[in-house]
Design a protein. Structure first.
Lengths: 409, 345
């Protein structure tokens, strides 16, 4: 990394990077620019890695379980933080030929890979005992969806809360399974199951609406859901993270009562509670693009800020239902073929829903095509960014990509 | 949630702290966060119910029903538990009917799955009871529509029938008796019936003095009683509990009567005897000195009784720990009037 690239960093980033470097315990290398920045990036990534594995003190855990769970997390952090510099070097090699490559692009690519590990971990399955015990807890222990402490940090706490709710004899085995699941990070693993069609919430919410209209109640809702979904007429989007988890838990019980296979019900629950990049990263609601295209139904759907930042590209397939007049009344994403810079050899699960909301919104807006012809009931949207130019083509660093928006296929 | 600003805060020092913290303490980003105080019994009960965790409610109920389960101020732990439950039943929402219908169904599901649980049956009966009230509303009886009465009575009858059907199990817990006393007040049962429920409840749980408080409500002139009935009952209750509270229940029950009917006119409109009440407060403080709320109430009642020396003594003990709700209706004015009267400034 050169000094000129370092100068190109936004002032804030530079200031923080220097401050971070100044706090490093070891003496700085002679050529400080690249090393300082690398160290700052690794430190940032390590913190992103550690944060979701922290068990807040507010969570009531048996001391023995807490001790063991913290030891497992620590071992994982120690092991995995050694891999982050390797990933960074690997990414440097990959990006070496692109002019747009800079510290931010480099960081984001490795960060994307890290976020994807969290997502793959979330969907991963343990041994048969672990799966059985997890399902039993989700059926019987209503408070495992509650979140104590920082509500943005709930990956590991949720898992350990579930283990806390298991019979004492089961806990050791479950912890061993957790250790095994964490050991799969960064290694090739079995492909995750496809996204459920429909998503559990897309069935659960209409079922709740049916209860509101007097239809038979498959199972009673707990007060937190009855209040938010029935009495306050909320929807999935208005539920908190824990409320969504509670709804997924309710739907898991309903599905099982209706004869769903346990593995399928558990898989749907995991997808329903998947923490994606959209959940982890605050993009300010993608406002700039929304404002740019507001009120123009013919404009291509805006490129999500998160998608641009992480160089997410690919296509989404949307299916929609039209009324007799041809007006779309319902739309959902039924296919995703997504690529993300930095994620290779695995599905970019953490980013696969980046385009979902804009795709659905676009499909419901009427989908006026540029030629004036209405969109069909099922269509694909392509998401591409301006291709990177050779390194020699740019003399000054700048934004890596220009939004070209979603294009109909 | 991570923000779009890159490299926002993390440093290697923070990470090292974060790693260490997983073993010994909170991580760097939570370094300033102190663990919150443990939730109260009422908060825990409300949260357990809010999340439909009936198994946790059963554990709480069993724990707080143990003899001697009292708070530092002498309040019953089981009463706090019930206060927490009531918050969920009385949760204020726009479409209360749909909310309460789910609570009915949820409590019934639990009761059917746990037919030997007294609490499960009581909770379902309570759900039906609370479902009745939105039909009636909290206004005057004369303002209730015929349809409102119909819905109100229908749910009360369902609640009564349910509890009668499961009486053998439900009545092993004095919570059921408390529920019946409330039902009796809503349905106009006579004193004899109420006293019989009280006695049976005390047989099941002699510590459950909340039953006395509920009978006091029914004996208020605005319900089925009069000042003589009320006074007779309070004296009797005081005798029955003298070994535990001295004259304490005399003070507490008349304070309850003031709160629910007589207000500032307690000593004019009822047979309350200030000397006995004063003795009651002294007896309570001798046993349970840690009660700022009760100290405020004591001062307020001393003011009502025009006992200046007692008021000044207690008011001085309160210092800055004013607890406004203990100062009757319109408490700010009440407090100010008492202060002016007592201190002369």
């Amino acid at each position: 990394m050169t000094d000129s690239r370092l100068r190109a960093l936004p002032k804030l980033v530079l200031a923080v990077a220097i401050a971070a470097a100044a706090l490093l315990p070891a003496p700085l290398p002679a050529a400080p620019g690249a090393s300082n920045l690398d160290a700052a990036m690794i430190a940032a990534l390590e913190t992103e890695l550690a944060r979701p594995l922290y068990l807040p003190r507010e969570i009531q855990l048996d001391p023995e379980l807490r001790t063991e769970a913290e030891a497992i997390a620590l071992a994982h952090l120690v092991r995995f933080s050694k891999l982050l510099p390797v990933w960074l070097e690997e990414e440097k090699r990959v990006q070496a030929g692109f002019a747009e490559s800079g510290p931010n692009q480099l960081y984001d690519a490795v960060f994307a890979r890290l976020l994807n590990e969290f997502a793959l971990w979330h969907l991963d399955t343990g041994d048969a005992d672990y799966e059985r015990a997890t399902l039993a807890v989700l059926k019987e222990a209503p408070q495992v969806c509650r979140i104590a402490g920082d509500r943005a940090i709930y990956d590991y706490p949720h898992r350990i809360q579930r283990i806390q709710a298991m019979p004492a004899a089961q806990r050791k085995l479950a912890l061993a399974a957790e250790r095994e699941l964490l050991a799969r990070w960064g290694k090739p693993r079995a492909a995750p199951p496809p996204w459920p069609q429909p998503l559990p919430q897309d069935v659960a919410i209409p079922t709740v609406a049916g209860i509101h209209s007097g239809a038979a109640r498959p199972l009673p809702l707990i007060p937190v859901l009855a209040s938010n979904l029935l009495a306050k007429e909320g929807n999935y989007g208005t539920l908190s993270v824990e409320g969504r988890c509670a709804l997924q838990q309710w739907w898991l019980r309903v599905s099982l009562a209706q004869g769903a296979a346990p593995a399928a019900a558990l898989g749907a629950f995991r997808y329903g509670t998947l923490v994606t990049a959209l959940d982890r990263i605050d993009t300010g609601g993608d406002k700039p693009d929304d404002e740019r295209t507001a009120g123009d139904p013919a404009a291509p759907p805006p490129y999500p800020v998160l998608g641009r930042r992480f160089s997410v590209t690919g296509s989404t397939t949307v299916a929609r239902r039209l009324d007799a007049a041809g007006k779309p009344v319902e739309a959902k994403v039924v296919g995703r073929d997504i690529s993300v810079a930095g994620i290779r050899g695995a599905r970019p699960l953490a980013f696969e829903n980046v385009f979902d909301a804009v795709s659905v919104r676009y499909a419901l807006q009427g989908g006026a095509a540029s030629a004036g012809a209405p969109l069909p009931e099922r269509f694909a949207l392509n998401w591409s960014l301006e291709p990177p130019r050779p390194a020699t083509a740019r003399s000054t660093p700048g934004p890596a990509a220009k939004n070209s928006g979603g294009k109909r296929q | 949630m991570t923000t779009l600003v890159r490299f926002t805060m993390p440093t290697r020092r923070m990470l090292r702290a974060a790693l260490l913290s997983l073993v010994v303490s909170a991580p760097a980003w939570a370094a300033d966060a102190k663990p919150p105080p443990p939730p109260s019994i009422a908060d825990t009960a409300a949260m357990n119910f809010w999340w439909g965790d009936f198994a946790a409610l059963e554990r709480q109920n069993t724990l707080h029903r143990q003899p001697g389960s009292v708070q530092p101020d002498g309040g019953l732990q089981i009463e706090m538990f019930r206060t927490g439950l009531a918050r969920v039943f009385q949760h204020k929402v726009k479409n209360v009917e749909t909310y309460l219908a789910e609570i009915d169904a949820l409590t019934l599901e639990w009761a059917q799955a746990h037919p030997k649980s007294a609490l499960a049956h009581i909770l379902h009966a309570e759900a039906l009871y609370h479902h009745a009230w939105p039909y009636r509303g909290n206004g005057m009886a004369k303002d209730v529509t015929p349809e409102g009465w119909k819905g109100f009575e229908a749910y009360l009858q369902r609640a009564t029938l349910y509890l009668r059907t499961h009486a053998e199990v439900a009545l092993t817990d004095s919570h059921a008796h408390l529920f019946l006393l409330r039902m009796g007040r809503a349905m106009g049962w006579d004193k004899k019936q109420l006293f019989a429920i009280l006695q049976d409840g005390l047989k099941r749980n002699p510590d459950d003095i909340s039953l006395y408080f509920d009978v006091v409500l029914s004996l208020l002139p605005k319900w089925i009683g009069n000042v003589k009935d009320l006074d007779d009952f309070i004296r009797k209750a005081t005798e029955e509990t003298r070994s535990r509270y001295g004259m304490g229940m005399y003070a507490r029950l008349y304070s309850h009567a003031a709160e629910n009917q007589f207000s500032h006119a307690l000593f004019e409109d009822s047979l309350a005897d200030w000397d006995k009440m004063k003795q009651g407060y002294e007896d309570m403080f001798a046993r349970y000195p840690d009660s700022p709320k009760r100290l405020n109430r004591y001062a307020y009642l001393a003011c009502l009784a025009k006992d200046k020396p007692t008021f000044l003594k207690v008011y001085g003990q309160i210092g800055t720990n004013i607890d406004l709700p203990e100062w009757g209706v319109n408490p700010e004015r009440s407090l100010e009037a008492c202060r002016r009267w007592g201190t002369g400034v």
